[in-house]
Design a protein around this ligand. Sequence first.
Ligand SMILES: [Zn+2]
Length: 285
Amino acid sequence: MRSSLIAVAAMLLVAIIGCRGSPTAAPPYAPGAGLPGISHVVAAGDTLTNLSARYGVSVEVIAAANRLRSHVLVPGAILNIPGGRVAPPPPVAAPAPPPQQPAASTAWFKPRSAWATARVITSLAKPMERPYRITVHHSGSRDDLNEPADRRLPKIERVHQAQQWACIGYHFILDGSGQVWEGRPLVWQGAHAHGDENNRGNIGVCVLGDYEVARVPPALSAALHQLLDRLCSEYSIDKSQVHGHRDLWSSTDCPGRFLSRDLRAWSGGLPAPASPLVQTRALER
Ligand SMILES: [Zn+2]
């Protein structure tokens, strides 16, 4: 009797150990899910199979990385495509250019892969909720215009990552010519508006330069307005939810008086919001 009990106990032990080490246990993430991802905004007609072919990432990896419970994609949802190597379309679906201007295409937008030398530290990043507001900044330094943005942006990112941020804090950066550069992929919450709560659903747009002292060149102004129009259209953001940093936070001049004036011209002179950014203890990252 005792020997048969020992045998049963041994079998149970083997079963438990075998279960814990089973390769069939589902990992929390599929392989590659920790890699920096490409942002993809689901468009009508998108399927996981199409996205898999487009980015060279398996359906399973995409589904796992985004914790999809269903393979039915909802238009407007933002997916992270981990490890995707194909140059992504802009995270904001660019309206098709009018037929008479085919050359315009999407040259207005440079993806992160065009400049980034560092990876997004995804363990520090927080997923972005559906955007519902935009905060506009300037970098506050004329020096930022002294070299091409693809060389300047890695330096700004190094400064931000030194603060234990996942990567550069802004989602979009405009250089002095009005070229738009992808910063932090829009699948990740930004770090630009003082704390976790204020960054929630808040797209960060930064214009390189100091617009407290310099006027905004017309081409840059036009590019900023176009970007804001695209973002507002893509995410159904009301103009009343688009503000300069200093409209929300009284202790900063950002984005400078000239850019603030330009922003008011774009918005039609909307007043500052009734409820400014909240005091928060949760750090941004
Ligand atoms: Zn700012």
